[in-house]
Design a protein around this ligand. Sequence first.
Ligand code: AMO
Length: 441
Amino acid sequence: MERNLVGDVVDKIGGKVRLKGWVDTVRDHGKITFVDLRDRTGIIQCVGANLERVSPESVVEVIGMVAARPEKLINPKIKTGSVEIQIESLKIISPAAELPFDMGTDDLNLDLPTLLDYRALTLRHPKQQAIFKVQAVIINAFRQALLKKDFVEFQAPSIISSVPEGGAEVFKVKYFDHEAYLSQSPQLYKSLLVGVFERVFSVNQIFRAEPSVTTRHLTEATSLDAEFGFIDSWKDVLEMEEYVVRHIFSEVGKECKNELALFGATLPTLSDKIPVLKLRQAQEIIFERTGRDIRAEKDLAPEDEREICKWSSEEKGSDLVFISHFVTKKKPFYVYADPEDPTYGFSVDLLGRGVEWSSGGQRLNDYEEIIEHIHDWGLKEKDVELYLQSFKYGVPPLGGFALGAERVTMHMLGLKNIREASLFPRDMERIDTRLSETTQK
Ligand code: AMO
């Protein structure tokens, strides 16, 4: 008899099925035992008499008849709530040791360190699984949206010899006789590949030696990068990003109804067009609303980001807002300075529900201007030789953006800490040391 999946049994009333999965919960009522069985498609109640003792999370095989539940015992909370399996046999395939905490509750109710210390186990909880199903849909929707627009996916290297985003937040790697780093961003590669494919994107890990512990920074994050050529203006970048973000929302809305419901989450509200504010306009609004004078600052602080998102949602009916024209010298060398006032550049952040979701903008494509910026930024030409090679031989006006997958997931579901949106989060303290002994010396 072939294996049946939990998700398929509802319309098999009166038939015999063979299910395999994990024991979600066990409720022992003396002679009668209820076993909730979980597989990749859902959970179903199984009931039997005189069963062998089985512990939660054990892997089992259940053979039994599908029976309709009496009206008053229907459980509307689960898809299989109208039926149950009358167990004929229950075989333990792989027993589970006693659990360190109760996994059978709607919420795990664990503090974050415990949730992460027991990751191999806690990820099995349906609500934890839901986070990563949503994340997979987000990443897939990013891909689909760009493939539809003729973008080519590429694999970015993780070991690199230059620091594209500048700054000290970089991990040095011992790499034979060379200076090397873990990639902060595929930025230089995606831009130079515009000279090859015109439109490219990548889904890759980025590494940041973030020395501070915050609820929105990881040391390893998943970056959804896009870059494309033949733009007429920096506004084309916003348009493409808005199209991608709308596609992500629409897919999550369609594919993740149950997952959103588990978190009581709703998709961010969007108006007809995501509002766009220049940094200086945003600062003016914040000053007017709060009296805090940040108008001379070169960037927005986290509380400013929260305030401007509040403004956007209250005044424009949009949980998302673009902020453009950041201070040129605060951005990496590739930023395109606004010819009308070169103090500010064609750089754009997308803020959502109080936090930055992405950065992007138009890049310089004129070879001589890039050289000039490299010198002004105190860099050496030889450090970005490959990048320069591309622009020396012709690259069209270009731009792009990068969304942080964990940030988007976190704010889509209303999670409090970004670590919850990473399967195996990396921060200053956490690096799965318990796996390091598995390599044979
Ligand atoms: P930026 O440095 O802003 O831009 O990164 C892009 C997006 O990646 C996410 N992100 C992070 N998420 C979690 N933890 C971190 N430490 C972290 N660092 C970044 C954020 C952020 O908005 N090259 C540019 C992108 C571009 O211009 O195309 C860049 O790397 O969501």
